[in-house]
Structure formats: C-alpha cells, structure tokens
Design a protein around this ligand. Structure first.
Ligand code: ATP
Ligand code: MG
Length: 243
C-alpha cells in the first residue's frame, strides 16, 4: 500500500510464559483513524505498548515509515513520532496542567516548538488554559483525559495512539472526546484508537480490527464492521446495556 505509516507483521508477545499476542498483523495508513476493539484481555493494550516500544515482540516485526521499530526503546520510538496515551492516562497528579504539558514536549524535534505547541493546546482545549496552574489531580475525569491527549500532542506525533480514552467518562464527555479525536484527525494526525465504546469507535474509524484472545479475529472498514451481525452481537448490544 502506498501511504502506509505503520505496519505490524505477525508479532508474538509474551508476559513471562503467558502469550498475549499471537501472529498479530495490522496496517495503519497515513491520515487514517484505525480502531482496535475486542473483549477484555484480548491484547489491545499489549499491542499498543509493543508498538510504543514498552514491550518487545519475540517474533515478527514492526515498521514505521518503512523503518523497523523492533529493538528500539520507548524513548527512541517517541523520537521517531509515535506517542501513546496509556490506559489510566499517566498524568503527574501533583504537577500543574502547564508542567504536565511541558513534559510532553520531550522528543528532540518537539522541544524547539514548545511555545507554538502550547498555544495550539490552549486553542484546542480552552478548559486547560483556564486551569493552567491547577494540579492535574484536581481536574475532572474528562479534563484529565483532555490533558493527557494535549500532553501527547506536545510531542508532535505522526501517530497518536489512544488507549480507552472514553473509559469512565459520562456519555456527554465521551462524545466530546470522540469529536476531538475527529478534529485532530482532520488536522492531520493519524490515530490508532483502542475503545470499549465499539459503536462510536467504528463510526469514526476508516479501518478497524477486532481482536480476540491475542489474535486478530476480523478486519474491515469501520462501517462494514459496524454492520456485521457478529460484531453487533458480541460487542455492541452488550456494551450498551452495561454502560
Ligand atoms: N503485566 C502483565 N503481566 C502478565 N500478564 C499480563 C500483563 N498485562 C496483560 N497481561 C495479560 O495479557 C493479555 C492481554 O492483556 P491486555 O491488557 O493487552 O488486553 P486488553 O485487550 O487491553 O484488555 P482490556 O480491555 O481489559 O484493557 C491478558 O491475558 C492479560 O491478562
Ligand atoms: Mg487494555
């Protein structure tokens, strides 16, 4: 494919003796939103962590802009342009909004653009501008998620990976987060999105993968999978009754 940004080819990943991913392959095109959905424990977070260089695969390879990632550590991967907003957000609760944002600009190429990135963050997230001197821990859940995304953007990523950004948020705030993801994508950021809100995720994704017990079970366009009765049955109807 011409505009491939990220290519994961047949990776296996283990935690000790426990295999978390088996022969997983995905592709992310430049400029796309790609969704990754599936039941608890399917391996979604492990896949994002492996792309980010936090875990290493024991088999297979990962190419980003045609360069191999395997063997590189998280900091090197971030310098290459991949940033992960982890499950649970990973903010420094005792630091202020501004301090958290500044810490996001750690990759080499991002440091020189700190002020312009801050201006952009405050334009995208006016609520963070209002609370710039507050401790991150004092923000609401939705504001913390916005700060986590804003901090990731400070790194000027080519690929932004979001792990369950709407988890624990009210339907109204979740909607804001999904709109934001859409806006970021329209402004040119490629996004790999893990979501328990399968319905919303498939609606905004060009392409999507369904994972089951460490493997890719299905793939297709977001709308194809949304219309798929198996996906509806397994991941959408039940989810709605739960949340
Ligand atoms: N640190 C760890 N040590 C050992 N096993 C782990 C660890 N993290 C995850 N696993 C196991 O790896 C498998 C995949 O977990 P992972 O967190 O990637 O799934 P997930 O799809 O993100 O699930 P969830 O929807 O609950 O976030 C699971 O069987 C899990 O128990
Ligand atoms: Mg997870």
């Amino acid at each position: 494919m011409e505009n491939l940004l990220l290519e994961v080819n047949g990776i296996d990943v283990f935690y000790g003796d426990v295999q978390a991913l088996a022969n997983v392959s995905i592709q992310v095109e430049q400029g796309a939103i790609v969704a990754l959905v599936g039941a608890n424990g399917a391996g979604k977070s492990t896949l994002l962590k492996t792309i980010a260089g936090v875990k290493q695969p024991s088999r297979g390879d990962i190419l980003f802009q045609n360069q191999p990632l395997c063997g590189r550590r998280a900091e090197q991967v971030a310098n290459m342009g991949i940033v992960l907003v982890p499950e649970g957000r990973g903010l420094f609760a005792n630091l202020t909004v501004l301090e958290n944002l500044k810490l996001g600009a750690y990759p080499v190429k991002a440091r020189a653009h700190l002020q312009e990135s801050l201006n952009r963050a405050f334009e995208l997230f006016p609520v963070l501008k209002e609370r710039v001197s507050q401790k991150a821990g004092a923000l609401s859940g939705g504001q913390q998620q916005m700060l986590a995304i804003a901090r990731a953007l400070m790194a000027m990523p080519d690929l932004l990976m979001l792990d369950e950004p709407s988890l624990g948020l009210s339907p109204l705030i979740s909607k804001e987060i999904f709109e934001l993801i859409h806006t970021l994508n329209e402004r040119g950021t490629t996004i790999l999105l893990v979501e328990q809100n399968v319905n919303q995720a498939l609606k905004i994704a060009q392409n999507a993968y369904v994972m089951k017990t460490g493997s890719i079970e299905m793939q297709g366009s977001g709308l194809e999978l949304l219309a798929n009765p198996e996906v509806q049955e397994a991941y959408i109807g039940k989810r709605w009754s739960k949340t």
